[in-house]
Design a binder for this molecule. Sequence first.
Ligand SMILES: *[C@@H]1O[C@H](CO)[C@@H](O)[C@H](O)[C@H]1NC(C)=O
Ligand SMILES: *[C@@H]1O[C@H](CO)[C@@H](O)[C@H](O)[C@H]1NC(C)=O
Ligand SMILES: *[C@@H]1O[C@H](CO)[C@@H](O)[C@H](O)[C@H]1NC(C)=O
Ligand SMILES: *[C@@H]1O[C@H](CO)[C@@H](O)[C@H](O)[C@H]1NC(C)=O
Ligand SMILES: *[C@@H]1O[C@H](CO)[C@@H](O)[C@H](O)[C@H]1NC(C)=O
Length: 435
Amino acid sequence: MANTPNFLRLISLFQLFFIAPSFAQQSFRPKALVVPVTKHASTLQYVTQINQRTPLVPLNLVLDIGGQFLWVDCDTNYVSSTYRPARCRSAQCSLARSTSCGDCFSAPRPGCNNNTCGLTPDNTITHTATSGELAEDTVSVQSTNGFNPGRNVTVSRFLFSCASTFLLQGLATGVSGMAGLGRTKIALPSQFASAFSFHRKFAVCLSSSKGVAFFGDGPYVLLPNIDAAQLLTFTPLLVNPVSTASAFSQGEPSAEYFIGVKSIRIDEKAVPLNTTLLSINSEGVGGTKISSVDPYTVLEASIFKAVTEAFVKASAARNITRVAGVAPFEVCFSSENVVGTRLGASVPTIELVLHNQKTIWRIFGANSMVSVSDEVLCLGFVNGGEKPSTSIVIGGYQLENNLLQFDLAASRLGFSSLLFGSRTTCANFNFTSTA
Ligand SMILES: *[C@@H]1O[C@H](CO)[C@@H](O)[C@H](O)[C@H]1NC(C)=O
Ligand SMILES: *[C@@H]1O[C@H](CO)[C@@H](O)[C@H](O)[C@H]1NC(C)=O
Ligand SMILES: *[C@@H]1O[C@H](CO)[C@@H](O)[C@H](O)[C@H]1NC(C)=O
Ligand SMILES: *[C@@H]1O[C@H](CO)[C@@H](O)[C@H](O)[C@H]1NC(C)=O
Ligand SMILES: *[C@@H]1O[C@H](CO)[C@@H](O)[C@H](O)[C@H]1NC(C)=O
């Protein structure tokens, strides 16, 4: 794509403009869509559900906030009368930024056709990528008015990539692929927004039980009648110019969402850090990203050391006793002197200071401490070692019960802070359908 002349890109945009209206089938135009997001107990993956194919089949998919697109296993039980492979050099293929062209040397079936546009589906949990054809099929999800799910709506030519069954290795049982919500034009948020002409925004509210994700703008109402869209603080989303995928072509930017953490404070005291690590360098290394596929926040080794030392010190000042680590956590405490509060265990507050001193993402006990037994609480951060590609990866446990809104058009992230402070949780969307 890097070498594609500009006029070709213009043509593909132009074609998109004319293709888009045919994606949506019905005259009813939803304002937003809603899907459940359930945490899988043993793998700690967040699993969502959408319906695909004709006739429709409910699919469980691992939710990947920074994932490039939807990919599904087409080798096992893929039956659909509306499956269509995308051809090489088609408008769909350039929308997917692909210039590759694939053939398949066995009988034609979904995932195996000649002269098809090739993509690289990525299992971002195991960091394994393979090649697969770009295809279109019907997708159906529930619309919402922000309060309840409403009627189901269909996108007739939803783009996704096929993968082989082996790519599912490492994913929760019963899952048939991954749902990528990243920055690309064929990730779920952009395709839904163009199919239904709504704002290029989506929101994710993860829970240790059943959370929720919305495509489109708020309200995002959680019981008892709290609109989390009204609770947001905003910070710019940053683009990493170098892809962070397992396989990619030169010049491809990352599909993941980065934010600018400028410093970290613990109980309002700045932690000494090598600030070079906090920005993204020209090779795409460094910075801070948001990830639903890392169960816990991962910190580059020197940041991990500085943050945990400061946390242990601030805990000692609160008379909280350190005990031996419990894998994967290195820093654990006796729960003896830790009292429970509305915001979770009363431990030092970790603050991520963002683009200015007033914009702070606060991590309270409910998001920092993992209870590993009745007696032991661990700091839910893990050591990412030296020279990881991203210095700070804010993982799933730290995102739970915080509503995050990704606004692609304005390139900004809205974050609610811990919803317990507003007397609600991410498990409080009313999934009773009014359709
Ligand atoms: C693709 O073309 C090759 C060579 O013409 C042929 O052997 C093969 O069966 C074809 N595959 C499909 C899936 O049609
Ligand atoms: C609408 O979608 C939901 C959730 O995917 C599903 O449970 C329900 O059966 C669908 N309703 C209809 C009428 O297809
Ligand atoms: C800070 O990190 C950068 C990037 O890894 C490294 O090149 C530099 O030597 C570090 N500086 C210090 C003082 O450790
Ligand atoms: C600290 O904890 C110990 C052991 O639980 C207790 O005996 C002591 O009184 C506490 N001190 C303070 C200052 O809270
Ligand atoms: C959930 O929504 C349904 C349908 O609007 C409504 O009847 C029900 O009272 C709601 N539940 C709660 C707990 O408010």
